[in-house]
Design a protein around this ligand. Structure first.
Ligand code: 6R9
Length: 685
């Protein structure tokens, strides 16, 4: 089945494009499990007018560039890097060590010896080329009518002020800074300010709990934590400062003391006087940052100096600090943004991702700003105060490129369908309807499905709108410089039509360089499963036309509404509950979220099953990880299906969870086969 967790984008530059088949509607059919044949009838051809103006107008041009990128990576990427400002050019050539694990330690380096700064390239360079008065960021607040915008000049001023403040407070090149902010303009400002002075930012998604934040603080030992007092998400006010307070006091007790917490007063959400305050540690952003100078010299860094750390989930309980460096990441995010979105300077671009995830790093902040784009940043939730909000925002700012996750499309389609059905007796927001009808329904706009990961830094397999026909549900072909390989269980690369494990053969500039503080885990997790390859953790097939189809994770990672969650993390959160003896978590298909979390729980001896216990187990996950990781279902388990060696058989749990009871397969290797019947009997209790 085609994947359910893809990232989607739609380009609406030419509103005169003729109506075509609806890719999104087909995609929805894919998502809910209807078979979609991959024959010609299902291909969606690029509009000729659109293709003609595209950076890559046809497949021939793609092949020419792709071949160049593979045969001469040094030459190709040098050309891509040339548009940027380098204080000093890199050495004689782009140094991309092959990923062949048999050669020993994995050490990926690109543009080594080159000296640059990504903040300079996002801001100063674009200003110098005459774009200072162009809008860099449009910001739309949670509540209708609350908005703001910054030109490139203004953004640079703000970034410099914060950079100066950080410097004055002892933040130096190589120090880390944790940013725990919602989608305020201060979030990209903070990232850029760190980059300007060579500090390593680590953004923690503001939906993470105090315990998750604490864990990250302890791991990367930041000089400063940047946060705000509160945020409004729809009608709810979330007190972020309380979360930070608790994380900071816990981390202090664990030996990591952070002496400064710079707090932005987000007054529409919470007044300053209502915020809990620790005088010796907390400082209001508004009291100090605006007083700093708007001029701040750039810290020139090596292409291989670290830019940021971003924690992501894997198959063990401990989140991994994915480390990206400066030069390669810069060139790669900029190039992927330009080509995959066919970006033109007149575009207005909106990516609904939060900067707390990699999509927000690469395609809200760096990729677009490196291209001098106008970016929309939205604080709120997509369906607040009504399902039309997204399309209102698109209308308000005349968005021409809209990048979002399928979960949002699915949820809005569901709302949209209800609205249409409901329009018999109730008014439907007209602009929402128009946009939905014209753009989503008629699909006049190319829709791209971009496959990539936190680890890859940027798009790996992605359509180039204009260059070839789409197949709904397929991410289509590799980006320049990317050599995918589909391998079998033994790690043997397969040719032609096939399906197996998705790997990548050689390095690309946006690749992560290590897991923070654990290079060994980096090598074993990603480069030892199939020696000689980077292993993505995803399953994939390739059809007769060479199109790639992602089929989802093959490890113990679940993708809930585009959020990557490790089953082991959820299990350890459940087991930390005093009444939980054992837990096993699997992912189950969900109409809107793609996958949802389904937990089998064995209470400790003598504890009775109850609704209250279910609630408090779910709460335990919320406080350990965050609300987005809360299980949708707790299934009581007197025992878990285990092999005689004690390994939990998740295959069986997945079938029980999705109620495919006649497909349980071989249960004879279970230590106690009765467990399965017990579980089935308790399915709806
Ligand atoms: C960018 C991002 C990575 C995992 C990845 C895969 C899934 C991402 C996809 C896709 C199918 C696509 N994924 N894009 N699956 N089609 N177009 O999401 O990064 O949070 O690290 O998640 O997301 O399973 O391995 P990240």
């Amino acid at each position: 089945l085609p994947a359910m967790t893809n990232n989607l984008t739609t380009t609406n530059r030419h509103s005169h494009l003729p109506a075509r088949n609806s890719a999104v509607l087909k995609r929805k059919a894919v998502v809910i499990g209807e078979a979609v044949a991959s024959d010609d009838a299902d291909r969606i051809f690029p509009d000729q007018d659109f293709a003609q103006q595209a950076h890559v107008p046809d497949f021939g041009k793609y092949l020419e560039m792709y071949t160049w990128s593979i045969e001469d990576p040094a030459g190709f990427w040098s050309e891509m890097a040339d548009g940027f400002y380098w204080k000093k050019k890199w050495g004689q050539q782009v140094n991309s060590e092959n990923l062949d694990i048999t050669k020993g330690n994995i050490k990926i380096e690109w543009f080594k010896g080159g000296i640059t700064n990504i903040c300079y390239n996002c801001l100063d360079r674009n200003i110098e080329s005459g774009n200072g008065e162009k809008i860099a960021i449009h910001w739309e607040g949670n509540d209708r009518g609350v908005d703001d915008s910054l030109t490139y000049n203004q953004l640079l001023d703000r970034v410099c002020q914060l950079a100066n403040y950080l410097k004055e407070n002892g933040v130096k090149k190589g120090d880390s800074v944790i940013i725990y902010l919602p989608m305020l303009m201060e979030l990209p400002i903070s990232m850029l300010a760190c980059a300007r002075i060579g500090a390593v930012h680590s953004v923690v998604f503001a939906g993470f709990s105090a315990e998750s934040l604490e864990q990250r603080i302890i791991d990367c030992k930041p000089k400063i934590v940047i946060t705000c007092n509160a945020v409004k998400r729809g009608t709810k006010v979330i007190n972020l400062k309380d979360i930070v307070d608790s994380a900071l006091s816990e981390s202090s007790q664990n030996g990591v003391h952070v002496g400064l917490c710079l707090t932005y007063a987000n007054e529409p959400a919470m007044k300053r006087e209502d915020t809990k305050w620790q005088k010796q540690r907390d400082v209001w952003w508004q009291d100090v940052v605006p007083k700093c100078s708007t001029k701040c010299d750039v810290e020139w860094v090596d292409a291989e100096d670290p830019l940021f750390l971003l924690y992501t989930s894997g198959s063990t309980g401990k989140p991994k600090g994915v480390l990206h460096t400066t030069g390669g990441y810069m060139v790669y995010t900029a190039a992927t943004f330009k080509y995959a979105f066919d970006y033109k300077p007149s575009d207005i671009y909106w990516c609904t991702a939060d900067c707390g995830w990699i999509t927000g790093h690469s395609y809200v902040a760096y990729g677009p700003l490196l291209n001098g784009a106008t970016v929309l940043v939205y604080e709120g939730v997509p369906n607040y105060p009504d399902p039309g909000r997204c399309w209102d925002i698109v209308d308000k700012y005349k968005v021409t490129i809209f990048y979002t996750a399928p979960t949002l499309v699915r949820s809005l389609m569901r709302d949209g369908n209800e609205a249409i059905l409901g329009s018999v007796g109730e008014p439907i927001n007209p602009s929402a309807w128009r946009w939905f009808y014209n753009v989503v329904g008629d699909s006049r706009c190319p829709i791209s499905d971009t496959w990539w990961q936190t680890e890859t830094g940027g798009f790996m397999i992605t359509p180039l709108p204009g260059a070839w026909p789409q197949k709904p549900g397929s991410a289509t072909f590799p980006f320049f410089g990317v050599q995918p390989a589909i391998v079998d269980e033994k790690g043997k690369e397969m040719e032609g039509e096939c399906s197996g494990y998705l790997c990548v053969k050689t390095s690309w500039p946006g690749a992560f360089r290590t897991l923070f503080g654990d290079h060994e885990r980096y090598e074993t997790t990603y480069f030892s499963a199939f020696p000689g390859y980077y292993f993505s953790g995803d399953g994939c097939s390739r059809d007769k036309d060479g199109y790639y189809w992602l089929t989802g994770r093959v490890d113990d990672v679940i993708n809930v509404s585009g959020h990557r969650i490790g089953t082991a993390e959820v299990e350890s959160a459940l087991v930390s509950h005093p009444k939980c003896a054992e837990a096993a978590v699997v992912g189950v298909e969900h109409e809107v979220k793609g996958q949802c979390i389904y937990a089998f729980v064995t209470p400790v001896e003598g504890v009775e099953y109850s609704e209250d216990l279910k609630k408090s187990l779910v709460l335990s996950v919320r406080t350990n990880i965050g609300a987005f990781a809360a299980p949708d279902k707790i299934h009581w388990a007197p025992g878990l299906p285990k092999t005689r060696s004690g390994k939990i058989m998740r295959r069986i749990l997945r079938k029980i969870a999705s109620r495919q009871l006649d497909e349980l397969g071989d249960t004879s290797t279970l230590a106690d086969p009765n467990v399965v019947d017990q579980l089935i009997a308790l399915a709806d209790s």
